[in-house]
Design a protein around this ligand. Sequence first.
Ligand code: PEP
Length: 243
Amino acid sequence: MPRKLAAGNWKMNGLANSLDELRMLAERHANVGVDVLICPPATLISACAHLPVRIGGQDCHAHASGANTGDLSAEMLKDAGASAVITGHSERRADHGETNADVAAKSTAAYRAGLQAIICIGETLDQREAGTTLDIIDGQLAGSVPDMATATNTVIAYEPVWAIGTGKVPTIAQIADVHAHIRTRLAARFDDGGEFTLLYGGSVKGSNAAEIFAVQNVNGALVGGASLKADDFSPIITALENA
Ligand code: PEP
């Protein structure tokens, strides 16, 4: 069975005083039956590392070190206490021009450093309306997921771009369709493709989490806005525990 994972992406939010939220969350959900991962801004990783939840980065450079001002390597994230890193988030793809090849290189860097790569894929609204969602997903899976991916070192997050931070959520049938498609493609390519954790991401909240987690091949969520406050993220984790 794929491991269940509730992952929170704090994006460019959070100062030292936000650690209270994380402490509260960690106290409530330590030793539950699902993995809880928080990806705070990199400035907070080492301050969070002792808490009983997993900590991750939001991006990494493909190289281990070098003349790359402002960038962080996967090794640096690992050194600060991270066990995972998000790669290919749609905000990186759109705002920083990251291609599938970039995402594959960053994911390979994650493996090199001993981090789990949370690889994000998903279609834009135009692509959804043009009926090309599954083609886009195929291209992103083929181009962004390295051949050395395994169910242990990789999690796939399906995040329709139009659902991120908008309050719009695909129908249950749409989520089920894409997740079944991803599972089929992974199973065809990797021996352990049936074991990869598949996350849904895009406007997940306490109020919609249970019905999303009831969908076959949804093994958790990547959560943005609702991961910032313990009181908002907690019900999502509980819904995953109960799914
Ligand atoms: C995200 O940024 O990955 C995300 C899913 O954001 P939100 O939950 O706010 O839609």
